[in-house]
Design a protein around this ligand. Structure first.
Ligand SMILES: *Cc1c(COP(=O)(O)O)cnc(C)c1O
Length: 411
């Protein structure tokens, strides 16, 4: 048998040789032996590099590209990304350490996120990283810590915009939010920062995540650029940093189509000259997490038991929601939908058997695939969950039932 229909476009990124999925040029069965145990995450370097090239091909050359490392903070992967992007966005003191260890220039590392602790802020100021303040209180703390350290902090204001990214999976701006300083309150906070002798370098305007609609992203970018110009004028600030967010999504579920970057790039190409005229010193950037890494990663678990319960086949695996919460549907999905799943060592087999793939946890929520047609799988086979390079290991409750930790490999 060969030429079985791919379950998902993501699957076609990984070649199949003799029925076995290849990751980083290595057969999955061999990679599993090399890692030494299942379950594990595997990320493909060549796919990561190609994804960055794809974004760069479509975006204007003057636009800076940042990697939001919370999507995948594996140190080796962040190191790989550091050589490809213009900056790294971190969300904690721990992520900051990983980012600094890559050798990325500290001024190209930015630290956003609500509720930063004083030790984290001190770390960032001491490192010379750029702090994206999320509130008036944080601006005051940054001023005080900067004085104590004798270092002028690099400060950008994260703005909660007066618009949102429409049709996004996760709205992180617009309305009442814990993120950023409300746009209408920003002039007051800018004046306050100036009174405290702080140099506000610019703005960070992030409106949402996981959008597959180019039109919606363009609209959010139009509004972000307009808001930044307005705030720059109101605050009489020389805007040097202008992060207009990201929100580029990847298709996870049946019926979802990949985001088309061409119209987004074309729009920015025409919009940036006016921004440059109004804010001549501004380095405009976008920040992407899942779009850069999500499709380059898979999660692999081994079938431990194949059981039949009242007519239904269950493949019980050694991995589950404690390693991959998103695939179980417990990461913000209202109605559970299947991630793309395959049997990695039976890629050529016809997908004829409806099965549920479950994990070893004592909860009915521990599902990796529900009633999905797969090739007939046996004990020892390797279940692959695609689209797992972002918000996988780091977004999952690893301690559940004291199961062993999941491994990671970058190939
Ligand atoms: C999480 C986050 C991102 C990355 O989102 P993706 O959907 O992974 O691209 C970017 N910016 C901010 C401020 C975030 O909090």
């Amino acid at each position: 048998m060969s030429g079985a229909k791919p379950v998902h476009a993501a699957q076609t990124l990984f070649p199949v040789v003799d029925g076995c999925l290849q990751v980083g040029g290595i057969a999955l069965t061999r990679l599993a032996r090399r890692v030494g145990a299942t379950p594990f995450y595997a990320y493909d370097r060549a796919l990561l590099s190609e994804r960055v090239r794809h974004v760069r091909r479509h975006m204007p050359s003057g636009l800076a590209l940042h990697y939001s490392m919370k999507a995948n903070p594996m140190p080796a992967l962040v190191q790989h990304m550091a050589g490809l992007v213009d900056g790294i966005d971190v969300a904690s003191g721990g992520e900051l350490r990983v980012a600094l260890d890559t050798g990325m220039a500290p001024e190209h590392i930015s630290f956003a996120g609500p509720g930063k602790s004083e030790p984290e802020l001190s770390q960032a100021i001491a490192a010379g990283a750029c702090i994206h303040a999320e509130s008036e209180r944080e601006v005051r703390v940054v001023a005080r810590l900067g004085e104590q350290l004798g270092i002028a902090p690099r400060l950008v204001l994260r703005i909660n915009p007066d618009f949102e990214l429409k049709s996004s999976g996760m709205k992180m701006g617009g309305g009442a939010k814990q993120f950023g300083i409300d746009a209408e309150d920003a002039p007051r906070v800018m004046a306050l920062a100036a009174d405290m002798g702080l140099d506000v370098r610019g703005f960070h305007i992030f409106s949402g995540s996981q959008s597959l609609k180019a039109d919606a992203i363009i609209e959010a970018q139009v509004q972000a650029l307009a808001l930044a110009r307005r705030l720059g004028e109101q605050g009489r600030i020389a805007v040097r940093e202008l992060n207009i967010g990201g929100g580029f999504g990847i298709p996870y579920f049946p019926g979802e189509a990949a985001l088309d970057l061409a119209p987004i790039g074309a729009h920015l190409e025409t919009a940036l000259p006016a921004v440059r005229a109004a804010l001549p010193e501004a380095q405009v950037s976008i920040e992407l997490g899942r779009y850069l890494v999500g499709e380059a990663g898979i999660y692999v678990a081994r079938v431990v038991d194949r059981k039949l319960s009242r007519g239904q086949v269950f493949l019980v695996t050694d991995g589950g929601l404690h390693h991959h919460l998103a695939a179980s549907g417990n990461f913000g999905q209202v109605i559970r939908k299947n991630y793309p799943v395959a049997i990695g060592n039976r890629m050529d087999g016809p997908a004829t058997e409806p099965v549920s793939v479950v994990g070893p946890l004592c909860t009915p929520l521990d599902i990796l695939a529900e009633r999905m047609a797969l090739p007939e799988a046996q004990e020892g086979d390797l279940v692959v969950v695609f689209q797992s390079g972002a918000y996988g290991r780091s977004a999952s409750p690893a301690g559940f039932l004291s199961h062993p930790e999941v491994l990671e490999v970058l190939v």
